[in-house]
Design a binder for this molecule. Structure first.
Ligand code: GDP
Length: 219
């Protein structure tokens, strides 16, 4: 009984952990990446998939992700520090309509360079609108993660737009497609659904333990 209560209290405290992120820099080319030390987790997704909202919800802030919404001007990789040598990396979105092939090719080259170079990369979060199918570029990202043996989490975003049952069947469908590769979670940054659980993955992967992460309300 006592142990149970204690367990619940610890769980509750953990779920209130916020990451207190600090913007490090935006990089437009690999030579501008910050030092490749420690660990980082990248977040990627199709444009309008809810990536920025997910990054903000995971970090526990209202407005962290600063990706421009203008197609062609989104080719920046944004690095945020969440603890000593621990980073969340906001990768530029993809799937904009009417993006010239040259811009698309440049995006791909940049992303490939990022995956090829970053030794500190330990995990990838892919955001996907729960009402859509996995896109070809979603699969490409998941393949990069698989090739590098990264921890992987697919967030099925905007889950509040579907009933619980429809959300669970979307989750089952994507899980089946991924055939056991990575985790698939139903998520809504808007309603907070799945946020604590996803954040726990993030902090586990980054090996962030108290007191590295600040607790909400503790200050
Ligand atoms: P990004 O382009 O992938 O960074 O996507 P954003 O985070 O900017 O979100 C795209 C649109 O989806 C915006 O209009 C958001 O308000 C909306 N959105 C994002 N997350 C949610 C969510 O959890 N629920 C709902 N209903 N809308 C969301």
């Amino acid at each position: 009984m006592y142990t149970n209560a204690l367990f619940q209290a610890v769980n509750q405290a953990e779920s209130n952990t916020v990451l207190d992120p600090v913007f490090i820099k935006s990089s437009a080319q690999p030579k501008d990446f910050p030092p490749d030390r420690g660990m980082e987790v990248a977040v990627v997704g199709r444009s309008n998939s809810g990536k920025s909202s997910a990054v903000n919800a995971l970090a526990g802030v209202r407005k962290l992700a600063r990706t421009s919404k203008t197609p062609g001007r989104t080719q920046l990789i944004n690095f945020f520090g969440v603890a000593e040598e621990r980073r969340i990396v906001d990768l530029p979105g993809y799937g904009f309509a009417r993006v010239p092939p040259a811009v698309r090719a440049k995006w791909r080259e940049f992303i490939e360079a990022y995956f090829a170079q970053r030794e500190s990369l330990v995990g990838l979060i892919v955001t996907m609108d729960i009402r859509r199918e996995l896109s070809e570029l979603d699969r490409t990202m998941l393949n990069f993660a698989s090739d590098l043996s990264l921890e992987t989490l697919v967030l099925l975003t905007k889950a509040d737009k579907l009933s619980r049952g429809a959300g669970l069947s979307a989750q089952a469908r994507v899980r089946k497609e991924l055939a056991g590769f990575g985790e698939v979670m139903v998520f809504s940054g808007l309603k907070g659904q799945g946020v604590d659980a996803a954040r726990r993955h993030l902090t586990d992967w980054l090996q962030i333990t108290e007191p590295a992460a600040r607790r909400q309300g503790a200050e």
